[in-house]
Design a protein around this ligand. Structure first.
Ligand code: 3PG
Length: 214
């Protein structure tokens, strides 16, 4: 893996975030994630102002890796780059968006769950794919089956990952990292439960480290 993908993989979990009040929540959330040993965030365009949130998170924690999720348009890639965002995640495989991100030199993790998606990804020299929605698409069993014909890819499963199944995913060498919203739910963010977010991040990191040791 290249050093950027390796840095994300080393952390092991990628919080998938929807921020309704970036001005209020972006900075304390960034600090809460970093305090929990999870200095990475996928800020989704499911809420307007995702680019503003990315900018505020980077300002609060400059060493944190912050990218954009639920990207479905080129303009969102431009807005992410302008805000200092460092990666793009798309729910599905859109070759135009992948080509555009590569032209703009920003890493992209497109959502892929089928052999057809993986074929398409091969043409772009990608190393890491988002596998979304993971549990609903067949989970680890499907990820392993897909890696037989496509051993060149590592994946970031997202969708249905929680503290309960994180270890199982992370133990597999085909997993680069797991994405999830369980440590940054709407309830936790809306009620500004920063300490709880930090605690969930710490638990996640402990699980990742133990799974990789074992
Ligand atoms: C995503 O967009 O990647 C998922 O909605 C996150 O899935 P989760 O909420 O099940 O973690």
């Amino acid at each position: 893996m290249n050093s950027f993908n390796q840095a994300i993989s080393n952390i092991g979990v990628v919080p998938v975030i929807k921020l309704n009040h970036p001005e209020r929540d972006a900075a304390p959330l960034a600090k809460a994630l970093c305090a929990g040993g999870v200095p990475v965030a996928e800020v989704t365009f499911r809420a307007a102002g995702a680019d503003k949130a990315i900018r505020l998170m980077k300002e609060a924690c400059p060493d944190m890796i912050v990218g954009a999720g639920t990207v479905t348009a080129k303009e969102q890639i431009d807005a992410t780059i302008a805000a200092g965002g460092q990666f793009i995640v798309t729910p599905g495989f859109d070759p135009e968006l992948v080509a555009y991100a590569q032209e703009k030199n920003i890493p992209i993790f497109p959502g892929c769950t089928t052999p057809t998606d993986y074929h398409a990804a091969l043409k772009f020299g990608l190393e890491v794919l988002k596998f979304f929605p993971a549990e609903q698409s067949g989970g680890l069993a499907k990820i392993k089956a897909m890696s037989a014909p496509f051993p060149q890819f590592k994946v970031m499963p997202t969708g249905g990952v929680s503290l309960k199944n994180l270890a199982e995913y992370i133990k597999s060498p085909v997993i680069a990292a797991c994405g999830g919203s369980y440590m940054v739910t709407a309830d936790l963010i809306d009620n500004q439960k920063w300490d709880e977010i930090t605690a969930l991040c710490k638990q996640s990191r402990d699980i990742v480290e133990e799974a990789r040791r074992g």
